[in-house]
Design a protein around this ligand. Sequence first.
Ligand code: FES
Length: 278
Amino acid sequence: MWDYNDKVKEHFLNPRNIGELPDANAIGHTGSLRCGDAMTLYMKVETIDSEERITDASFQTFGCASAIATASMLTEMIKGKTLAEAETLTNQDIVDALGGLPAPKIHCSVMGAEALEAAIANYRGEEPPGHDDEDRIICACFEVSEKTIRDAVWESNLTTVEQVTNHTKAGGACGQCKPDIARIIGEVLEEKAQALCDIEPESERDRKIGRLIAEVIAPQLTGHGGGLQLVAIDGDRVVVRLKGACQMCSNNQGTINDFVQQKLRDEIDEKITVEVGG
Ligand code: FES
């Protein structure tokens, strides 16, 4: 039995907006019955004061308590929002609104976010996201594609196979796909390190610095609305550029000294100094 909080239990026992919406003009399906979870999100979108606004929403789902609670919360969150506002919602926003979900149930919130994306695409007459003939299925048990795993690793800063299973279900049954998942994680983290780095690493030590920034330091700052990019490495001197909220923060020098520099010293070399530039 999972340890659900009171809010999740309440949305599971008294789900809001359940059932088909007869006048829906945006419908998004995600998951599949064969894989044990499926969700359909119905939305009514109306143009009000030249803005496309979600005036009603409902859902049908086949799944566990957290899938029902997620869908219920999602419909409450999107009702009254413009499509542009709804597009910015992430699975983490749903998790936060529910006050958290057990780690192995995070994939339910991902399913909610995917249903929302699919409904918005349906309203616009577009293909649902993830529909790509070139995309290949990595996890046959849960029909999870390479692109879904890559996106989850990149966007949610995942670094382990277990985290990928929690987010996408891939790897959660026979486990034959786990080596492929591990390979994809490695590739994405390498790409991420490059994307966060203005330089070509010249040594294994530089590469380690890039990866630590990409996998550990930058995600923590991104989680608080900020960010960091590696600009240069000159011996023990590491130059970074602050991004987002970190640029405006009055205490950003404290973040550089006490978090970024300290982390690099603890994990790689105590002689490293970090400065902002570029
Ligand atoms: S193929 Fe992924 S769990 Fe079986």
